[in-house]
Design a protein around this ligand. Structure first.
Ligand code: CA
Length: 368
């Protein structure tokens, strides 16, 4: 009896203490706001083939993370490229509010926003680490949002492939002249540089590349790297696999959210989107880093692919063309110029630091 009484007294004391805490405002303000409990049901489209590893897989994970973190308040149904809208119409679908969210790469919409290309990849530009530093800590994201705002979009970095491969060719590239007359699937600024070298760049979504190469609609293609290129079966349509991916040293994949839909969300759901996108960003990059070498070995050993480095002279020529392209595009578009200047300034500092960090470390490691 006595123990029971004492226990009930303790319970009463705890209850009084807890209620006092509540009254003193210990609860974060707004957490009990009924408005924030409203569930949302959104649609998301992507530029990727259905069930495609890492890309589409990462997007599905993102949607699931958002649902878990929001305790089923923000539910995103994901559609792969072509399931709801054609892959490269993702931009319009989200911008116009047909769907609330999309995933792809900024350079796919270079025709609408030339400056978007800086938020994906710049030939001979920054790698994944540099891009993350610029975006998350160097003012990049602020610029990114500003550039997309007139299109009714809020962008977030969400994925990175790391340094890509240079692409698949059916003839050897021994000098820059060997690129002349080639029709190649190569998006963004890389495509513009390729055009300077006398080639014809073509933009195709991932799901259409293999057929185009196999039917000789294109002569060459780049896609991502060994793991993804193996999945597309590109080794069945071309035999020379060149590196490095000079044109895409650390391409960022992006989440785009319809601005009106985003602005309608309570703050915690906005934060969940931002956090889940950042989580997917590192997840995708890590997947590529972990899976590429095994795929490269299979391509060489099981599919007799010849893996070749671009000659130094070809890299030098393409690097020189890159500078011309960036200068010319800056002349045409003031926003492009502004983002270019910001990107370039950050890269120069990043390179200077890299010289005595990453580059010096790689050099030290090579000394055995
Ligand atoms: Ca690529």
């Amino acid at each position: 009896m006595r123990i029971k009484t004492m226990l009930s007294l303790v319970f009463v004391a705890i209850a009084v203490l807890l209620s006092a805490c509540g009254q003193q405002g210990q609860q974060p303000s707004g957490s009990l706001d009924v408005k924030t409990q409203k569930p949302y049901f959104w649609k998301m489209v992507t530029t990727w083939p259905p069930n495609f590893p890492i890309f589409q897989e990462g997007v599905e994970r993102f949607a699931k993370d958002v649902q878990t973190m929001s305790n089923n308040r923000l539910n995103i149904k994901v559609y792969a490229g072509g399931e709801l809208v054609p892959p490269l119409q993702t931009f319009e679908a989200v911008s116009q509010g047909t769907v609330e969210v999309g995933h792809g790469a900024g350079y796919y919409w270079a025709g609408k926003i030339p400056a978007a290309q800086f938020f994906t990849a710049v030939p001979f530009g920054m790698n994944a680490q540099g891009m993350n530093a610029w975006l998350y800590a160097g003012g990049g994201i602020e610029l990114y949002k500003e550039v997309y705002a007139p299109h009714n979009l809020v962008p977030f970095p969400m994925g990175n492939t790391g340094v890509q491969m240079g692409g698949w060719f059916n003839k050897k590239i021994e000098s820059v002249d060997d690129l002349k007359g080639l029709k190649m699937r190569i998006p963004g600024l890389g495509g513009k540089v390729f055009a300077k070298a006398g080639g014809t760049p073509v933009l195709l979504p991932g799901g259409e590349i293999y057929t185009a190469l196999d039917r000789n609609t294109i002569d060459a293609t780049e896609w991502v790297g060994p793991y993804h290129d193996e999945r597309l079966g590109l080794y069945r349509a071309a035999k020379y696999y060149y590196y490095p991916g000079w044109h895409e040293p650390g391409p960022v994949l992006e989440l785009i959210v319809n601005k009106k839909a985003y602005d309608s969300l309570p703050d915690d759901l906005k934060k969940i989107i931002e956090t889940a996108a950042a989580s997917a960003n590192i997840w995708m990059l890590s997947q590529f880093e972990a899976n590429n070498l095994a795929a490269l070995k299979r391509l060489k050993q099981e599919h007799n692919v010849e893996v070749i480095a671009f000659p130094d002279d070809v890299m030098k020529a393409l690097h020189a063309y890159t500078k011309e392209v960036l200068a010319e595009e800056s002349e045409k578009d003031a926003t492009f110029k502004r983002v270019y200047e910001n990107y370039q300034a950050f890269m120069e500092d990043n390179d200077a630091w890299n010289e005595l960090s990453e580059a010096a470390y790689q050099k030290a490691r090579a000394l055995k």
